[in-house]
Ligand binder design. Sequence first.
Ligand code: 5GP
Ligand code: MN
Length: 319
Amino acid sequence: MNDFIKEIEAANSIVVLGHLRPDGDCVGSCLGVYNYVLDNYPDKRVDIYLDAFKEEFMFLRGAEKIRHEKQDIAYDLCLSLDSGDLDRHGEFVSYYHSANRRICVDHHVSNQGFGDLCYLKTECCATAEALFTLFEEDKIGMECAECLYLGIVHDTGVFKFNNTTRQTMEIAGVLIEKGARSTLVIDGTFYRKTFKQNKMLAKALDVAYLCADGKIIVSCLTKDVFDEHEATNLDTDGVVDALRITDGVECALWMYEYPNQGTFKCSMRSNEIVDVSKIACTLGGGGHIRAAGCEVSGDKQSIIEKITGMMEQQLKAAI
Ligand code: 5GP
Ligand code: MN
């Protein structure tokens, strides 16, 4: 038995935390742990705390139990999942501090390591893949498998990003064998878009422009566009990947303004050359070499120039 499972066995109450604006890997990983414990240790208490996430993930078992408001409880064990640093937990970080034991499971290169135990598996495409390697395979049930499968599907863009390895595919195979409904997960949570999502994608593509001789693509939507369409960040999923696959483009910068005007979420992607995690880190964010993000306050144009400037610098250095 590995130390991760030993810690779970030793705890009576477990709190699971993910990151702000939870994505598929975050929700899938949190619910993967929840279902693993529920199936194998039904007497333990497991609570998950997350921000609002996409309605499409609600079919996963336990999704309706995820809490969005803090309570006055302390837990034996805190699991920090898919989060490169403690700031990513937002207000729920207090559960991390008040827990007796803390474990970090993550795959971000920008993670500096924290917790009593830290499983930083940067070779894994997703935190869900990292969790699979920590769980005892014969104890993974259908519901847990489906959650982990969803995490892997989302962080690999359906097995197409270059973080997809032989191990990823082999684990995905095992998860399907255990009952994960592949088509339901892929079509129902990745490809299907709401009308509003399509409208927001159209808006983002409409204002996109190329720079650095077509090597960089930029798009930014301000708060007024979100207000006009009654949209939130949940309605812009997939925009940055639509930008990234533009012919000739090496780097994509997708930005949108938060409801508190003047603060922007920046999502960066690169295809082969630029280390966007480095750029995100200099701006207080983090992520992976080919996919990273940060939050920046200030003037929209200056932020764009700053980020594209750093992208160009790396592009020039690579020539
Ligand atoms: P996305 O652009 O899809 O939001 O995020 C891409 C990657 O960068 C994800 O792995 C995500 O966890 C990371 N990331 C995005 N935004 C932030 C941020 O503000 N801070 C940190 N540390 N990582 C981020
Ligand atoms: Mn992830």
